[in-house]
Design a protein around this ligand. Structure first.
Ligand code: FAD
Ligand code: NAD
Length: 406
């Protein structure tokens, strides 16, 4: 009898956890499992702001796929997905083509730039190891250049972060810790450096607990971060940005704009002809795509409505991991012939955001607010729990965060 072939696209939180679960639950005689990813490593997207600021080396964030995936059970293909043809059960890769009986789409997110002029050309985004490494290098280059020009250019020392959501806030927190080190290294007066966060809403972290928002702003301002709230980033140029506040334009000279003001699903899903809602595939209760009984979607490419709020659940690693458990269960069940599928029921365990290595804020179970040292410890516990789930104690020891004071 032919074994069913299962193809998983993307080795992010969703794709990796799905694959690990499938490799544990299906024998090699039951199915052929293939994982496709651009790189031969998985990265923890939730640590990329640290790599981008230069407070954590990117090798701590990435995990070799073969450290977690058993290559005698899973066929790993290092390649780039170009398109999916769900009518013919085929995936086109840069270097070939794959056929499947069951497909799991876990291609993650892209920055949403909303057509704002100049962002695609001149702004950086925190979306992968390569992009994070580029931001770190670019900031260091500008600090290094500062004392090498006849006319010192202060725009080299101004870092603008567009968007005061969790990504923007976590990133400026890391920058606030990193800048004093950079100033020491490159002999720069730290008062010359500006870290500016631009947020369109009246406050950063819109919708989050107001006391914790105030705590976060105070903590970051005390370390030199400037906030421009109620200010929309309107245009980005190589050496400046234009924002609009109270209907008035303002120019800020800067050589470094990091755009952290929103994400969308990988555009491959829309371009492949799936029915989409806000660029994502609005999945059925069991995480299958509408119209295709053999296609599952996991992570940021999937849209699941929160019936209580009437809004989609936010794209988070927490939800991607939970989706992966359901997807793996359902794919296994169909591939092994039982046909019983379960519905996805997200359990939001809270949100904890770092404000640098020694401060954080969060709302955890039963709406309990946490901040400061306690919240930083919690953040590390969350990170370490994921490593344990993914690769067991060996991976935790290799990549875990154990220094609670740093
Ligand atoms: P991703 O993690 O984006 O992975 C997608 C994978 O697909 C990657 O390995 C990529 O290389 C691969 N891929 C993409 N395109 C292709 C292609 N064409 N061909 C082959 N492979 C491809 N969420 C939380 O819950 N908690 C947090 O603390 C948190 N912190 C965050 C911090 C930052 C800086 C950012 C940017 C996000 C954070 N999030 C957090 C959100 C979270 O990271 C995402 O929701 C999560 O990464 C989505 O997981 P995913 O599996 O869908 O995709
Ligand atoms: P987001 O969409 O949550 O926030 C983007 C922010 O940018 C918003 O506050 C928005 O008002 C602002 N904005 C949009 N356009 C603007 C403009 N032109 N000028 C100025 N501001 C503008 O995006 P994100 O912060 O990248 O987060 C993406 C997802 O990842 C979310 O689901 C978030 O919860 C998750 N995340 C979670 C954590 C955590 O739990 N610690 C950390 C990072 C990200």
């Amino acid at each position: 009898m032919n074994k069913p072939s299962i193809v998983v696209l993307g080795a992010g939180y969703g794709g990796m956890v799905t694959t690990v679960k499938l490799q544990k639950s299906l024998g090699i005689n039951e199915a052929d499992i293939t994982l496709v990813n651009k790189h031969d490593y998985h990265y923890q997207t939730t640590w990329l702001h640290e790599n981008a600021a230069g407070t954590l080396h990117h090798d701590r964030t990435r995990i070799a796929i073969n450290d977690v995936i058993k290559l005698n059970k899973v066929n790993f293909v290092k390649d780039t997905v170009i398109s999916i043809n769900p009518k013919e059960n085929k995936v086109r890769l840069k270097n070939g083509e794959l056929s499947y009986d069951y497909l799991v789409i876990g291609l993650g997110f892209e920055a949403a730039t909303f057509g704002i002029p100049g962002l695609d050309e001149h702004a950086f985004t925190i979306g992968s190891i390569n992009r994070a490494r580029l931001i770190r290098e670019h900031i260091e280059y500008n600090f290094a250049m500062y004392n090498n020009e006849n006319e010192p250019n202060d725009a080299r020392l101004t870092i603008v972060v567009g968007g005061g959501g969790f990504t923007g806030i976590e990133f400026v927190g890391e920058l606030a810790n990193r800048v004093p080190e950079l100033c020491k290294e490159y002999d720069i007066d730290k008062h010359k450096v500006r870290i500016i966060n631009v947020e369109g809403a009246p406050t950063v972290l819109p919708g989050f607990d107001p006391d914790l928002v105030e705590y976060a702003m105070n903590s970051l301002e005390a370390r030199g971060v400037e906030f421009k709230t109620g200010a929309l980033l309107k245009e980005c140029k190589a050496d400046r940005i234009i924002i609009e506040k109270d209907g008035k334009p303002e120019e800020i000279p800067t050589m470094t704009t990091v755009w952290a003001a929103g994400v969308r699903a990988n555009s491959i899903v829309e371009a492949s002809g799936f029915e989409t809602n806000r660029g994502k595939i609005q999945v059925r209760e069991d995480m299958r795509a509408p119209d295709y009984d053999n296609v599952f979607v996991v992570g940021d490419c999937a849209l699941v409505m929160n019936e209580e709020s009437g809004r989609p659940f936010p794209p988070t690693a927490q939800i991607a991991i939970q989706m992966a458990e359901t997807v793996a269960h359902n794919v296994k069940s169909l591939a092994a012939g039982s046909g019983e599928v379960e519905r996805f029921e997200p359990k939001i365990l809270g949100t904890v955001a770092s404000l640098g290595h020694d401060d954080a804020i969060g709302v955890v179970l039963n709406n309990r607010k946490v901040f400061g040292f306690m919240a930083t410890v919690m953040k590390k516990v969350i990170d370490n729990r994921y490593l344990l789930k993914l690769g067991g104690p060996g991976l935790l020891v290799k990549k875990g965060k154990f220094n609670i004071f740093y």
